[in-house]
Design a protein around this ligand. Structure first.
Ligand code: ADP
Ligand code: MG
Length: 492
């Protein structure tokens, strides 16, 4: 690391003793952030360092300001050591990092470093405002969404063949997989793959004429051409296409005239070894279309996309969370992946709600808030409740489950471990804290708590609660942690 240009930031021993002006603190924080940034995922960095500031440096204590109480624990657990080590490279006599929550830091660029200004995102290509582009010769194609690429399509058993076929076609359009026919249910990634393939072909061959159209649009074009007696022109135009992508051909059913036009276009392109890519919600044989069209579809490569399995769903969520620039706890992603099983679009929908929750309300999505979202969307009104509660009718116990969930998240241990047998230190503390909170706020009896925690004796629970009670008097870090939990759980 090179030393900073600003003299106040130079690593001279003892300089921490000098009073720091606000501007100098801000500069120092910026230098520290510059070192932290490359060590984290972007979404993590933005999420946890937005609106943070350096509030002071006094006698070797670096005071870092955080905009929200919920940041406290996360910083202490994940970033304190890193922050201290980096700070020491600028100010060798820094001995400790302490945190102070100051809600006024939010959106206060005077005091905090505006991350987005200093650490701009590598620009993604912006979506053009209009929906269609005019190609040469009056051809119309829907805009290919640059968000869809073959690379950012998550591959699993449910879609491996379809993905491989698209990849092959993108490298060699008009080659052996022609036509390429993808089929599968709603929201499983057909349009993503179709457009991703179009994007990839255009990247490899910028001059190619790639037309992506929905069946509905194609039908409208045919109707319009018939009305204006311009059928011949439409045909001619489509003959100039290098790659024709047509989405959702099941909607050609009962549209004889459009089917006929499509048949001729298809033949003309096929004979010239131009690539045709088709999607539908079912395999060719089951489409209610003319036999000759079906037999054309069956000439090439047919691949299905089905509902992704758990691991793929989790991988998709992880990928999308990164795309949206939000960092979510693994347990939250797992929870979504466990409960939304049939449709990737829904999976994304829940994620978007979580993003909104974070952006609009500055709340870090938790399993509970996601379960609430699902309930509101009527996804499965019962499942979330069942999942997060014990199988007990009493409301109290399900709230104690929330205590367990929150504590496990805070201390990054699993609920299973917390209620299990392990006696390692990392698990002992969160277990005792959960017991303490359960007793103090929910009045769960020692006996009942003992049962929940793998049938421990009630005296063990009692001792644990007392221990935490005592520790709170002389362990400020624990006090902060318990306070943060109490706050998250709405107890205080
Ligand atoms: P379909 O056309 O089959 O109805 P879409 O292609 O519109 O489905 O997919 C719905 C959403 O799910 C899109 O935002 C898409 O990006 C996403 N999606 C589906 N499958 C995957 C996958 N395997 N990897 C990444 N995103 C996916
Ligand atoms: Mg689609």
């Amino acid at each position: 690391m090179t030393s900073s240009a600003s003299s106040e930031l130079e690593r001279s021993p003892g300089s921490a003793r000098a009073a720091f002006t606000d501007a100098a603190l801000k500069d120092l924080w910026l230098e520290i952030l510059k070192e932290i940034e490359p060590k984290l995922q972007r979404s993590q960095f933005i999420t946890w360092f937005k609106d943070t500031a350096l509030l002071g440096l006094e006698e070797g204590t670096l005071i870092v300001g955080l905009p929200l109480p919920m940041f406290l624990n996360w910083h202490m657990e994940h970033y304190r050591t890193m922050t201290m080590e980096i700070a020491q490279t600028f100010q060798p006599d820094v001995r400790q990092v302490v945190y102070k929550v100051d809600i006024a830091l939010r959106d206060n660029p005077e005091r905090s470093v505006n991350l987005l200004d200093y650490f701009p995102e590598q620009k993604r290509r912006k979506l053009p405002g209009k929906q269609e582009i005019k190609l040469a010769e009056g051809l119309v194609s829907k805009i290919l969404n640059p968000r869809y690429s073959i690379d950012n399509f998550v591959v699993g058993g449910s879609n491996r063949l379809a993905h491989a076929a698209c990849l092959s076609v993108s490298n060699q359009p008009g080659g052996k997989y022609n036509p390429l026919f993808l089929y599968g249910g709603v929201g499983l990634g057909k349009t993503h793959l179709l457009q991703g393939t179009g994007n990839a072909i255009l990247k490899n061959m910028p001059k190619a004429t790639v037309v992506y159209t929905t069946t509905e649009d194609f039908t409208n074009q045919v109707i319009e051409a018939i009305q204006h007696q311009k059928m011949e022109q439409l045909r001619k135009r489509y003959r100039l296409v290098d790659v024709l992508i047509i989405d959702d051909v099941q909607f050609l059913a009962n549209k004889e005239r459009t089917q006929e036009e499509f048949f001729h276009t298809f033949n003309a392109l096929y004979e010239e070894r131009k690539q045709v890519i088709i999607s539908a919600d079912r395999p060719p044989k089951e489409l209610h279309l003319e036999d000759r069209l079906i037999s054309r579809f069956e000439r090439g490569m047919i691949a299905d996309v089905s509902a992704p399995e758990y691991e793929t769903r989790l991988a998709i969520l992880t990928e999308k969370a990164q795309e949206y620039g939000i960092f979510l706890d693994q347990s939250v992603l797992q929870f979504i992946a466990e409960h939304v099983t049939q449709n990737v679009r829904e999976l994304e929908g829940i994620l978007m709600q979580a993003v909104a929750l974070y952006e609009l309300e500055q709340r870090m999505p938790t399993i509970k808030s996601i379960a609430d979202i699902m309930r509101k969307l009527n996804k499965d009104p019962y499942i979330a409740e069942e999942k997060i509660g014990f199988d007990m009718p009493l409301k109290k116990q399900s709230t104690f489950q929330e205590v367990l969930e929150a504590t496990s998240r805070y201390f990054s241990v699993s609920v299973q471990d917390m209620i299990g047998q392990s006696r390692v230190k990392e698990i002992l503390l969160p277990r005792q804290v959960a017991m303490f909170l359960g007793k103090k706020y929910l009045r769960v009896s020692y006996v009942r708590m003992g049962e929940i925690f793998s049938n421990r004796d009630h005296t063990t629970v009692m001792n644990a609660c007392e221990k935490i009670e005592q520790k709170l008097h002389n362990d400020p870090q624990l006090l902060r942690e318990v306070r943060a939990l109490e706050q998250e759980l709405g107890f205080v």
